[in-house]
Ligand binder design. Sequence first.
Ligand SMILES: CCc1cccc(CC)c1NC(=O)n1cc2c(c1)/C(=N\C(=O)c1ccc(N3CCN(C)CC3)cc1)N=N2
Length: 292
Amino acid sequence: MSSQNPPLDENSKRQWSVEDFEIGKPLGRGKFGRVYVARERHSKYVVALKIIFKEQIKKHKIDHQLMREMEIQTNLRHPNILRLYGWFHDADRVFLILEYAHNGELYKELRKRGHLSEKHAATYILSLTKALAYCHEKHVIHRDIKPENLLLDHEGRLKIADFGWSVQSTNKRHTMCGTLDYLAPEMVENKAHDYTVDNWTLGILCYEFLYGVPPFEAESQLDTFKRIIKVDLSFPSTPSVSLDAKNLISRLLVKDSARRLSLQKIMEHPWIIKNANPMALCGISRHLGLPE
Ligand SMILES: CCc1cccc(CC)c1NC(=O)n1cc2c(c1)/C(=N\C(=O)c1ccc(N3CCN(C)CC3)cc1)N=N2
Protein backbone atom coordinates (compact mmCIF):
# COMPACT_ATOMS: atom_id res chain seq x y z
CA MET A 1 0.00 0.00 0.00
CA SER A 2 1.78 3.15 -1.14
CA SER A 3 1.77 5.46 1.83
CA GLN A 4 3.22 8.57 0.22
CA ASN A 5 0.64 10.86 -1.36
CA PRO A 6 -2.24 8.33 -1.44
CA PRO A 7 -4.18 8.50 -4.75
CA LEU A 8 -7.25 9.27 -2.66
CA ASP A 9 -5.81 12.67 -1.83
CA GLU A 10 -8.44 15.22 -2.74
CA ASN A 11 -5.79 16.97 -4.90
CA SER A 12 -6.96 14.51 -7.54
CA LYS A 13 -10.29 16.38 -7.11
CA ARG A 14 -11.90 13.49 -8.90
CA GLN A 15 -15.51 12.53 -8.39
CA TRP A 16 -15.64 9.17 -6.70
CA SER A 17 -18.49 6.71 -7.08
CA VAL A 18 -19.37 3.42 -5.44
CA GLU A 19 -18.18 1.55 -8.59
CA ASP A 20 -14.63 2.71 -7.77
CA PHE A 21 -14.59 0.50 -4.66
CA GLU A 22 -14.67 -3.23 -3.90
CA ILE A 23 -16.67 -3.32 -0.67
CA GLY A 24 -15.58 -5.85 1.97
CA LYS A 25 -16.75 -6.89 5.43
CA PRO A 26 -18.80 -4.57 7.64
CA LEU A 27 -16.84 -3.00 10.51
CA GLY A 28 -19.88 -1.89 12.42
CA ARG A 29 -23.35 -0.56 11.97
CA GLY A 30 -25.37 2.20 13.55
CA LYS A 31 -28.56 4.22 13.45
CA PHE A 32 -27.67 6.04 10.27
CA GLY A 33 -25.79 3.38 8.30
CA ARG A 34 -22.73 1.14 8.25
CA VAL A 35 -18.95 1.17 7.92
CA TYR A 36 -17.21 -1.32 5.60
CA VAL A 37 -13.64 -2.15 4.68
CA ALA A 38 -13.28 -1.22 1.02
CA ARG A 39 -10.57 -1.13 -1.61
CA GLU A 40 -10.23 1.43 -4.39
CA ARG A 41 -10.18 -0.69 -7.56
CA HIS A 42 -7.38 1.08 -9.42
CA SER A 43 -4.83 1.77 -6.66
CA LYS A 44 -5.82 -1.17 -4.41
CA TYR A 45 -5.76 1.39 -1.57
CA VAL A 46 -7.68 0.06 1.47
CA VAL A 47 -10.11 2.45 3.15
CA ALA A 48 -13.11 2.42 5.48
CA LEU A 49 -16.31 3.39 3.69
CA LYS A 50 -18.95 4.91 5.96
CA ILE A 51 -22.36 4.68 4.27
CA ILE A 52 -25.20 6.87 5.60
CA PHE A 53 -28.73 6.71 4.25
CA LYS A 54 -30.16 10.04 3.11
CA GLU A 55 -33.59 9.24 4.51
CA GLN A 56 -31.90 8.72 7.92
CA ILE A 57 -30.16 12.10 7.54
CA LYS A 58 -33.49 13.77 6.82
CA LYS A 59 -35.32 11.84 9.53
CA HIS A 60 -32.78 12.83 12.23
CA LYS A 61 -32.22 16.31 10.71
CA ILE A 62 -28.43 15.89 10.89
CA ASP A 63 -27.59 17.28 7.44
CA HIS A 64 -26.12 20.59 8.73
CA GLN A 65 -24.26 18.88 11.55
CA LEU A 66 -22.96 16.22 9.15
CA MET A 67 -21.79 18.79 6.60
CA ARG A 68 -20.06 20.89 9.30
CA GLU A 69 -18.33 17.85 10.78
CA MET A 70 -17.22 16.72 7.29
CA GLU A 71 -15.91 20.19 6.57
CA ILE A 72 -13.87 20.07 9.83
CA GLN A 73 -12.71 16.49 9.33
CA THR A 74 -11.56 17.09 5.74
CA ASN A 75 -9.31 19.94 6.86
CA LEU A 76 -7.74 18.23 9.86
CA ARG A 77 -4.34 16.70 9.02
CA HIS A 78 -2.64 15.06 12.01
CA PRO A 79 -1.06 11.61 12.53
CA ASN A 80 -3.50 10.97 15.40
CA ILE A 81 -6.69 12.09 13.66
CA LEU A 82 -8.39 9.68 11.25
CA ARG A 83 -8.33 11.15 7.73
CA LEU A 84 -11.49 11.85 5.77
CA TYR A 85 -10.14 11.59 2.20
CA GLY A 86 -13.37 12.62 0.52
CA TRP A 87 -17.01 11.79 0.05
CA PHE A 88 -19.63 11.23 -2.64
CA HIS A 89 -23.32 10.36 -2.82
CA ASP A 90 -25.81 8.51 -4.99
CA ALA A 91 -29.60 8.60 -5.09
CA ASP A 92 -30.14 7.46 -1.52
CA ARG A 93 -26.79 7.26 0.29
CA VAL A 94 -23.86 9.47 1.35
CA PHE A 95 -20.44 7.75 1.32
CA LEU A 96 -17.48 8.93 3.44
CA ILE A 97 -14.04 7.70 2.34
CA LEU A 98 -12.14 7.30 5.60
CA GLU A 99 -8.63 6.19 6.52
CA TYR A 100 -8.64 2.50 7.51
CA ALA A 101 -7.29 1.78 11.01
CA HIS A 102 -6.12 -1.86 10.81
CA ASN A 103 -6.06 -2.63 14.51
CA GLY A 104 -9.58 -1.53 15.34
CA GLU A 105 -11.05 0.00 18.45
CA LEU A 106 -8.87 1.00 21.39
CA TYR A 107 -11.68 0.31 23.87
CA LYS A 108 -11.75 -3.37 22.83
CA GLU A 109 -8.03 -3.61 23.64
CA LEU A 110 -8.76 -1.88 26.96
CA ARG A 111 -11.59 -4.33 27.76
CA LYS A 112 -9.44 -7.30 26.72
CA ARG A 113 -6.47 -6.27 28.86
CA GLY A 114 -8.55 -4.86 31.75
CA HIS A 115 -6.20 -1.89 32.01
CA LEU A 116 -3.17 -0.62 30.09
CA SER A 117 0.46 -0.39 31.16
CA GLU A 118 1.73 3.06 32.19
CA LYS A 119 3.82 3.15 29.01
CA HIS A 120 0.84 2.43 26.74
CA ALA A 121 -1.43 4.81 28.68
CA ALA A 122 1.15 7.64 28.61
CA THR A 123 1.82 7.10 24.89
CA TYR A 124 -1.90 7.30 24.06
CA ILE A 125 -2.38 10.37 26.31
CA LEU A 126 0.57 12.11 24.60
CA SER A 127 -0.89 11.29 21.16
CA LEU A 128 -4.30 12.60 22.21
CA THR A 129 -2.76 15.74 23.74
CA LYS A 130 -0.89 16.55 20.53
CA ALA A 131 -4.01 15.88 18.43
CA LEU A 132 -6.07 18.15 20.69
CA ALA A 133 -3.40 20.89 20.62
CA TYR A 134 -3.59 20.72 16.82
CA CYS A 135 -7.43 20.86 16.93
CA HIS A 136 -7.38 23.86 19.30
CA GLU A 137 -4.94 25.68 16.96
CA LYS A 138 -7.59 25.18 14.26
CA HIS A 139 -10.28 26.36 16.71
CA VAL A 140 -11.88 22.93 16.80
CA ILE A 141 -12.93 21.91 20.32
CA HIS A 142 -14.79 19.22 22.10
CA ARG A 143 -13.96 16.32 19.88
CA ASP A 144 -16.16 14.17 22.03
CA ILE A 145 -13.18 11.98 22.91
CA LYS A 146 -14.09 8.62 24.45
CA PRO A 147 -12.51 5.19 24.10
CA GLU A 148 -15.28 4.17 21.65
CA ASN A 149 -14.09 6.89 19.26
CA LEU A 150 -10.42 5.94 19.36
CA LEU A 151 -8.92 3.56 16.80
CA LEU A 152 -5.49 1.97 16.34
CA ASP A 153 -3.68 1.84 13.00
CA HIS A 154 -1.39 -0.95 11.75
CA GLU A 155 1.45 0.42 13.89
CA GLY A 156 -0.69 0.68 17.03
CA ARG A 157 -0.84 4.46 16.61
CA LEU A 158 -3.92 6.10 18.11
CA LYS A 159 -6.44 7.77 15.75
CA ILE A 160 -9.33 9.98 16.88
CA ALA A 161 -12.15 8.73 14.69
CA ASP A 162 -15.25 10.61 15.71
CA PHE A 163 -17.09 13.21 13.64
CA GLY A 164 -18.86 14.54 16.69
CA TRP A 165 -22.09 13.07 15.21
CA SER A 166 -22.98 9.65 16.45
CA VAL A 167 -23.22 6.57 14.31
CA GLN A 168 -24.01 4.62 17.40
CA SER A 169 -23.14 1.11 16.32
CA THR A 170 -25.06 -1.45 18.35
CA ASN A 171 -21.92 -3.39 19.26
CA LYS A 172 -20.79 -0.50 21.39
CA ARG A 173 -21.50 -0.26 25.15
CA HIS A 174 -25.16 0.66 25.42
CA THR A 175 -24.32 3.13 28.16
CA MET A 176 -22.48 4.93 25.37
CA CYS A 177 -25.50 6.65 23.95
CA GLY A 178 -25.74 9.52 26.39
CA THR A 179 -23.02 8.46 28.80
CA LEU A 180 -21.98 11.34 31.03
CA ASP A 181 -18.71 9.66 32.08
CA TYR A 182 -16.52 11.78 29.81
CA LEU A 183 -18.25 15.15 30.20
CA ALA A 184 -16.77 17.98 32.27
CA PRO A 185 -18.82 19.54 35.11
CA GLU A 186 -19.58 22.68 33.06
CA MET A 187 -20.92 20.42 30.28
CA VAL A 188 -23.20 18.34 32.49
CA GLU A 189 -24.34 21.55 34.26
CA ASN A 190 -25.06 23.01 30.82
CA LYS A 191 -22.87 26.04 31.52
CA ALA A 192 -20.71 27.84 28.96
CA HIS A 193 -17.78 25.63 28.10
CA ASP A 194 -14.53 26.25 26.27
CA TYR A 195 -11.75 24.09 24.90
CA THR A 196 -10.58 23.19 28.44
CA VAL A 197 -13.36 20.59 28.50
CA ASP A 198 -10.95 18.51 26.42
CA ASN A 199 -8.30 18.80 29.18
CA TRP A 200 -10.83 17.35 31.63
CA THR A 201 -11.58 14.49 29.21
CA LEU A 202 -7.87 13.67 28.98
CA GLY A 203 -7.92 13.21 32.77
CA ILE A 204 -10.92 10.88 32.48
CA LEU A 205 -9.24 8.84 29.75
CA CYS A 206 -5.91 8.66 31.60
CA TYR A 207 -7.74 7.26 34.65
CA GLU A 208 -9.72 4.78 32.50
CA PHE A 209 -6.60 3.58 30.63
CA LEU A 210 -4.85 2.86 33.95
CA TYR A 211 -7.78 1.48 36.02
CA GLY A 212 -10.03 0.06 33.26
CA VAL A 213 -13.09 2.09 34.34
CA PRO A 214 -13.85 5.84 34.17
CA PRO A 215 -13.40 7.64 37.54
CA PHE A 216 -17.01 8.72 38.11
CA GLU A 217 -18.77 5.58 36.88
CA ALA A 218 -21.93 4.86 38.88
CA GLU A 219 -25.07 2.76 38.74
CA SER A 220 -27.24 5.58 37.39
CA GLN A 221 -26.63 8.65 35.24
CA LEU A 222 -27.81 10.78 38.16
CA ASP A 223 -25.15 9.30 40.45
CA THR A 224 -22.49 9.83 37.76
CA PHE A 225 -23.72 13.42 37.42
CA LYS A 226 -23.38 13.98 41.19
CA ARG A 227 -19.88 12.46 41.26
CA ILE A 228 -18.72 14.63 38.34
CA ILE A 229 -19.89 17.96 39.75
CA LYS A 230 -18.42 17.02 43.15
CA VAL A 231 -15.21 15.78 41.43
CA ASP A 232 -15.59 12.73 43.66
CA LEU A 233 -12.18 11.28 42.63
CA SER A 234 -10.55 8.34 44.39
CA PHE A 235 -7.76 5.97 43.36
CA PRO A 236 -8.23 2.22 44.01
CA SER A 237 -5.22 0.45 45.59
CA THR A 238 -5.14 -2.04 42.69
CA PRO A 239 -3.93 -1.96 40.00
CA SER A 240 -0.97 -0.10 41.50
CA VAL A 241 -0.46 3.17 39.67
CA SER A 242 2.50 5.53 40.02
CA LEU A 243 2.22 8.77 42.00
CA ASP A 244 3.20 10.71 38.87
CA ALA A 245 0.16 9.31 37.01
CA LYS A 246 -2.16 10.17 39.90
CA ASN A 247 -0.62 13.65 39.99
CA LEU A 248 -1.41 14.24 36.30
CA ILE A 249 -4.98 12.94 36.67
CA SER A 250 -5.54 15.14 39.76
CA ARG A 251 -4.32 18.21 37.87
CA LEU A 252 -6.74 17.61 34.99
CA LEU A 253 -9.89 16.61 36.93
CA VAL A 254 -10.25 20.09 38.41
CA LYS A 255 -13.69 21.71 38.63
CA ASP A 256 -12.38 25.23 37.85
CA SER A 257 -11.64 24.85 34.13
CA ALA A 258 -9.08 27.71 34.26
CA ARG A 259 -6.95 25.73 36.72
CA ARG A 260 -6.73 22.53 34.64
CA LEU A 261 -3.23 21.66 33.41
CA SER A 262 -2.71 23.08 29.89
CA LEU A 263 -2.00 20.77 26.94
CA GLN A 264 1.56 22.12 26.78
CA LYS A 265 2.08 21.33 30.49
CA ILE A 266 0.69 17.81 29.95
CA MET A 267 3.34 17.19 27.29
CA GLU A 268 6.02 18.33 29.79
CA HIS A 269 4.63 16.38 32.78
CA PRO A 270 7.19 13.99 34.42
CA TRP A 271 4.85 10.98 33.97
CA ILE A 272 4.56 11.64 30.22
CA ILE A 273 8.28 12.37 29.81
CA LYS A 274 9.17 9.19 31.70
CA ASN A 275 6.62 6.79 30.13
CA ALA A 276 5.39 7.95 26.72
CA ASN A 277 6.99 6.53 23.60
CA PRO A 278 7.70 9.72 21.64
CA MET A 279 8.04 7.76 18.40
CA ALA A 280 4.44 6.60 18.60
CA LEU A 281 3.41 9.89 17.02
CA CYS A 282 5.10 9.20 13.75
CA GLY A 283 4.56 5.48 14.06
CA ILE A 284 8.14 4.36 13.46
CA SER A 285 8.32 2.69 16.89
CA ARG A 286 8.18 -0.84 15.42
CA HIS A 287 10.98 -0.27 12.89
CA LEU A 288 13.24 1.14 15.61
CA GLY A 289 12.52 -1.91 17.78
CA LEU A 290 11.19 0.37 20.52
CA PRO A 291 8.75 -1.26 22.97
CA GLU A 292 5.29 -1.31 21.49
C1 LIG B 1 -18.43 1.04 13.46
C2 LIG B 1 -18.88 2.33 12.91
C3 LIG B 1 -18.62 3.42 13.91
C4 LIG B 1 -19.65 3.86 14.75
C5 LIG B 1 -19.44 4.91 15.65
C6 LIG B 1 -18.19 5.55 15.73
C7 LIG B 1 -17.13 5.10 14.92
C8 LIG B 1 -15.79 5.75 15.06
C9 LIG B 1 -14.88 4.85 15.86
C10 LIG B 1 -17.34 4.03 14.02
N1 LIG B 1 -16.27 3.52 13.24
C11 LIG B 1 -15.71 4.21 12.20
O1 LIG B 1 -16.16 5.28 11.79
N2 LIG B 1 -14.56 3.62 11.65
C12 LIG B 1 -13.73 4.26 10.77
C13 LIG B 1 -12.67 3.40 10.52
C14 LIG B 1 -12.88 2.22 11.26
C15 LIG B 1 -14.06 2.39 11.94
C16 LIG B 1 -11.77 1.39 10.99
N3 LIG B 1 -11.44 0.15 11.43
C17 LIG B 1 -12.24 -0.64 12.20
O2 LIG B 1 -13.37 -0.36 12.61
C18 LIG B 1 -11.68 -1.98 12.58
C19 LIG B 1 -12.34 -2.71 13.56
C20 LIG B 1 -11.82 -3.96 13.94
C21 LIG B 1 -10.64 -4.46 13.37
N4 LIG B 1 -10.09 -5.66 13.79
C22 LIG B 1 -8.87 -6.13 13.18
C23 LIG B 1 -8.06 -6.99 14.14
N5 LIG B 1 -8.90 -8.03 14.73
C24 LIG B 1 -8.11 -8.92 15.55
C25 LIG B 1 -10.01 -7.46 15.47
C26 LIG B 1 -10.86 -6.55 14.63
C27 LIG B 1 -10.00 -3.70 12.39
C28 LIG B 1 -10.51 -2.46 11.99
N6 LIG B 1 -10.97 2.10 10.16
N7 LIG B 1 -11.51 3.30 9.88
